[in-house]
Design a protein around this ligand. Structure first.
Ligand code: S3P
Length: 197
């Protein structure tokens, strides 16, 4: 009988720990990181629809708040100014509890952003092969770091080489090469992040 009680108390402790982990996770924002053209916005919107929580597309929010496009912000104020707006917005969104946040591809370049994401969110690195990402971004419209460059493919590869180690710090890594709907990738993300319970 003593042994049964011991086993039960062990089981009870594990159960509480597991529920605690799950509850802790579902309270946090789910943050999508990854390169331009990896599908963060598309997949993010689908995740929000599936879970019924708010969706925040950071680039779009910055454009709305500034009243102009991202390339225009880069042109008139420079990248450093854009990165400051991006970091301020990220810090604000990370306080929103469970929601879906689609970041801009360069958000990982700031160690402070990475630290905040690590503490306050469940992060998902959405990866895709370079040719797939290139096909999605086309001529780089809306992406100053590609537009400024006359070799968008080379520019994308160079950025990926610099950022890959940072993206890989995400809690989970998901490949998003297919353009045939978002169902498999959203299912995988919700299952693996513990949001599907
Ligand atoms: C950037 C990616 C863009 C946008 C800006 C800079 C980057 O967002 O934030 O052009 O540094 O990779 P997407 O990843 O949504 O294209």
């Amino acid at each position: 009988m003593e042994y049964v009680c011991f086993l039960y108390s062990k089981f009870d402790a594990y159960l509480k720990e597991w529920i605690g982990i799950i509850l802790d996770r579902v309270k946090k924002p789910l943050v999508l990181i990854g390169m331009m053209g990896s599908g963060k916005s598309y997949v993010g919107k689908a995740l929000a629809l599936k879970t019924g929580v708010a969706f925040y597309e950071m680039d779009l929010m910055i454009e709305e708040a500034q009243g102009c496009s991202i390339p225009h912000i880069f042109e008139t104020h420079g990248e450093v100014y854009f990165r400051a707006l991006e970091s301020a917005l990220l810090a604000e969104l990370l306080e929103k509890g469970f929601c879906i946040i689609s970041t801009g591809g360069g958000v990982v370049m700031s160690p402070l952003n990475m630290e905040a994401i690590g503490k306050k969110a469940v992060s998902v690195w959405l990866g895709a092969d370079v040719p797939v990402m290139l096909a999605r971004v086309g001529a780089g419209e809306g992406r100053p770091l590609l537009l400024q460059n006359n070799d968008p493919a080379g520019a994308l590869e160079d950025l990926l080489n610099v950022r890959e180690a940072l993206y890989s710090k995400a809690d989970i890594h998901v490949s998003n090469n297919s353009d045939d709907g978002t169902e498999p990738v959203t299912e995988e993300i919700l299952l693996r992040t513990g949001h599907k319970i």
